[in-house]
Design a protein around this ligand. Structure first.
Ligand code: GDP
Length: 428
């Protein structure tokens, strides 16, 4: 294959980062195409343990060029902080291995303020935002009221554009929320401190990708969050504010003419969900605490405990369909090793009727999970690297999922480290 997207099939946190980190050895370029610093990929490799928020997970591989595409919410403060943190752990980052699209829009400090102010206003109806400014950012982008990274190279035009935006944004901050206004001096300082240092990385990444494709270079597209958080197809309004689907990858990356060869969907061996919104298969009480602890299910960005549940075959089938996944990586199978029997959500009951169809978002609130059980294996599988060496019950569990989702499971991961992986077919 020449290009491939690695995407989340569920609510995010499926372990996409570890799969990108593993598979980058087969690629020349890794591109992030949507989202911002609001979620995190955790990557553990020979260089250490890293929580990435904006940097593509290919940053650890020598020779791989990493790109932040036009679809990304480019948060200069977060990005600079992340670059410094990752470099301090011995990873080299320069304009040779990190390129930022000149068409990426800048996430301003007021986006974070507005996120916080709106969640406060909503009180108990809040969305559970990570308050990184993502929703206000994308709203502004669609209103055509953001600044493109490439504008940093046009200081006079930038000055006028900033003044216009400032006037408009202060009206909203002060009149709608009663918050303090920004001054042009504070904005200029922000540009100097956080945007100017990024200038060397900003370029026409579309042209770079086009050339890479022409030269037969292999390109990997890395998604943030999962299918159920997609703005158009997810559990709206408890979605993110961008498109997390593979279909958006060529557009958000900067190569709209590209057709994807493969889509690797990442599915966790059980379910987790951060923040508010319907989560039909949710477990509660001791059962939930045990699973959360076994999987260390706390948000990479916020440290919030993740809601947990059994694998949800209804949601997973839907996720695979809308991602058009051609193969699946099933992660964190080792986490289930303590269970004597493993719960599986095989269907929902909606208005008294059993269904295997993923319902319209409003119907999810009244949906109940139908739970069935598979035998557990109750032994440590974290050291296993061969499919045939897995206990029979573990293989049966994977095969049961494979049949239910009708998509080949080509990878099974059994630990967070790069090599804690069972590949069921050779890479091609
Ligand atoms: P992402 O955003 O989809 O990359 O997922 P996160 O990084 O938020 O969450 C995945 C978490 O699970 C990280 O802490 C990983 O180190 C960890 N992880 C990934 N694969 C495995 C696995 O197979 N077993 C275990 N125990 N942990 C894993």
């Amino acid at each position: 294959m020449n290009n491939c997207a690695i995407v989340g099939i569920n609510w995010g946190d499926e372990g996409k980062g570890r799969m990108v980190d593993l598979l980058t050895e087969h690629f020349d370029v890794v591109v992030r195409y949507q989202g911002g610093g609001n979620a995190g990929h955790t990557v553990v490799n020979e260089k250490g343990r890293f929580a990435l928020h904006l940097l593509p997970s290919g940053i650890f591989r020598d020779g791989v060029v990493n790109i932040l595409g036009n679809g990304v919410a480019l948060d200069p403060e977060n990005l600079l902080g992340e670059i410094k943190a990752v470099m301090s752990q011995g990873v080299g980052i320069s304009p040779d291995n990190l390129k930022i699209s000149e068409r990426a829009s800048l996430l301003f400090p007021w986006h974070r303020d507005l996120d916080e102010l709106e969640e406060k206003r909503l009180k108990d109806k809040k969305y559970g935002s990570t308050k990184q400014g993502i929703a206000p950012f994308y709203s502004d982008k669609y209103q055509k009221k953001t600044i493109l990274a490439g504008e940093l190279f046009f200081p006079d035009e930038l000055k006028a554009h900033l003044a216009d935006l400032l006037e408009w944004k202060n009206l909203i901050l002060t009149n709608v929320y009663g918050a303090r206004p920004y001054t042009i001096e504070s904005l200029n300082d922000w540009i100097r401190d956080y945007c100017e240092p990024l200038r060397p990385f900003i370029c026409d990444t579309g042209a770079f990708l086009k050339q890479a494709k022409t030269q037969g270079k292999k390109i990997l597209f890395e998604a943030q969050l999962g299918a159920l958080r997609d703005l158009d197809y997810g559990i709206y309004p408890y979605t993110t504010s961008s498109n997390t689907l593979a279909a958006f990858a060529p557009v958000g990356a900067g190569l709209p003419s590209l057709r994807l060869d493969e889509v690797i969907g990442v599915v966790k061996a059980y379910s987790t969900c951060v923040g508010e919104g319907p989560f039909v298969c949710e477990m509660f009480g001791d059962e939930a605490v045990k699973l959360r602890e076994a999987g260390r299910e706390y948000g990479a960005k916020t440290g919030r405990p993740r809601r947990v549940g059994p694998i949800d075959l209804v949601a997973t089938r839907y996720g695979i369909e809308i991602q058009a996944a051609t193969q699946i990586a099933l992660t964190k199978l080792d986490v289930l090793s303590y269970m004597s029997e493993i719960p599986v959500c095989t269907a929902y009951t909606v208005n008294g009727a059993k269904t295997e169809r993923f319902p319209f978002p409003m119907e999810l609130n009244g949906a109940e999970p139908v739970i069935e059980y598979c035998p557990g294996w109750e032994s440590d599988i974290s050291g296993i690297r061969e499919w045939s060496a897995l206990p029979q019950a573990a293989r049966d569990y994977v095969r049961m999922i494979e049949r239910a989702i009708n998509c080949p499971i080509t990878y099974v991961s059994v630990g967070p480290e790069r090599d804690s992986i069972i590949a069921r077919k050779a890479w091609s």
